[in-house]
Design a protein around this ligand. Structure first.
Ligand SMILES: [Fe+2]
Length: 380
């Protein structure tokens, strides 16, 4: 059994209506001046305003920062730092999808420890204390609210940087399934597929352990059972709750076990062609499962569960890959890279970039540019 060092750093407050408790929770943590980090879409539908009102009712001042997009970069993080410093904050509340949560963590790094976000690439580079923060996801996707890592792009090279430190973890995650009800179907589909990919990848990495397995397996069980239902019936509270909790559990699994080749191959597609993260994963993940089957077949069988379910053709990896393709169809994710506007001539360059991704080092089958090219070609 592999050794592990496990601690849940984030308290979880789950349930319809949990968002209304934000002010009280912030007061419990002694917040007085809060930076609310909320993407423009969340501001537009009034959720940032609701957060500010809840905080105000608890006697807490706040200011909203929203000058960032779906892929927050180092320049946006710096703009957030300037905004936060001018307001004199002592705490942070992030409200939105993964971009809001990641951007908030990025701002926390540079505000409290100085320098630029590039200085925090990797793990444990912050030497000084960081501000306490609360994360409120409004999509069931990245599970960023469960992690101490922020994914921030370099504004010059567009490379995705994973910047992590235990001090960057949210003190509290507020999981309110009500908040996910209004997300457009396409957003729910893409974010949900990202969560599914986290469960599948984190279950087979070289870094996994007994604890990450618990969370990854339960996340998979919840997400696979409710993905299609949540898309077709967004009013179903059970499906919404299962997706939000499943995404969170998968986030906890990643914190322990990291990810694999699907994320390593997806990141360059986002950096080079602006492809949405969940779309890239929807195209790539089934092929990564097939590519990994040489070494991870038993693990995929364990993820699928009962022998009856995995024995469709006696090949667990193939059964899982087809199931993932079915999800991509349900999510209306294009099936191939060629359908998503990627020229075939770019595959070699993409493979070189994929091989440089840190996340690829945790893949169960040793992953390099040659392997990345095989995966891209299979998915083309
Ligand atoms: Fe992801």
């Amino acid at each position: 059994m592999p050794p592990f060092d496990f601690q849940l750093r984030t308290r979880v407050v789950f349930g319809d209506g949990a968002f209304a408790r934000l002010g009280d929770l912030a007061r419990e943590l002694s917040f007085t001046r809060v930076l609310i980090v909320a993407d423009p879409g969340i501001v537009k539908i009034g959720v940032a305003e609701r957060a500010a009102a809840t905080l105000a009712a608890a006697g807490i001042a706040s200011s909203v920062f929203h000058d960032f997009d779906a892929s927050p970069d180092s320049a946006m993080v710096e703009a957030g730092r300037v905004h936060a410093a001018a307001f004199g904050i002592d705490s942070i509340v992030a409200v939105g999808g993964g971009s809001s949560l990641d951007c908030a963590k990025g701002i926390n790094f540079v505000l409290t420890n100085g320098g630029t976000i590039r200085d925090y690439r990797g793990a444990g580079r912050a030497s000084r204390p960081m501000l306490p923060s609360i994360g409120v996801p409004t999509t069931a996707g990245t599970g960023s609210e469960a992690q101490s890592y922020a994914l921030i792009s370099d504004s010059e090279t567009h490379a995705k940087m994973a910047c992590g430190d235990p001090k960057a973890a949210f003190r509290i995650a507020v999981l309110d399934p009500e908040l996910t009800r209004t997300q457009p179907r396409v957003v729910a589909a893409i974010a949900g597929y990202d969560a599914i990919s986290h469960a599948v990848e984190s279950f087979v990495t070289v870094r996994r352990n007994e604890i990450s397995d618990l969370f990854a397996r339960d996340a998979w069980r919840r997400l696979e059972r409710h993905y299609a239902r949540a898309l077709d019936s967004p009013e179903d509270p059970r499906a919404r709750g299962a997706m939000l909790l499943g995404a969170h559990q998968a986030g906890i699994a990643i914190e322990q076990s990291m990810l694999g080749a699907a994320h390593a191959c997806a990141n360059p597609l986002t950096a080079r062609f602006g492809m949405t993260h969940g779309i890239a994963l929807g195209i790539l993940l089934p092929h990564v499962v097939r590519w990994n089957s040489l070494v991870a077949g038993e693990r995929y069988a364990a993820l699928l569960g009962s022998p009856r379910r995995r024995s469709r053709d006696g090949d667990a990896a193939e059964t899982l890959a087809r199931r993932l393709e079915d999800f991509a169809v349900a999510g209306e994710i294009p099936p191939r890279l060629s359908d998503a506007g990627v020229p075939e001539s770019a595959l070699l360059e993409l493979a070189g970039l994929a091989a440089q991704q840190w996340t690829g080092t945790f893949n169960p089958r040793p992953f390099d540019a040659g392997g990345a090219l095989e995966i891209y070609r299979a998915a083309y």
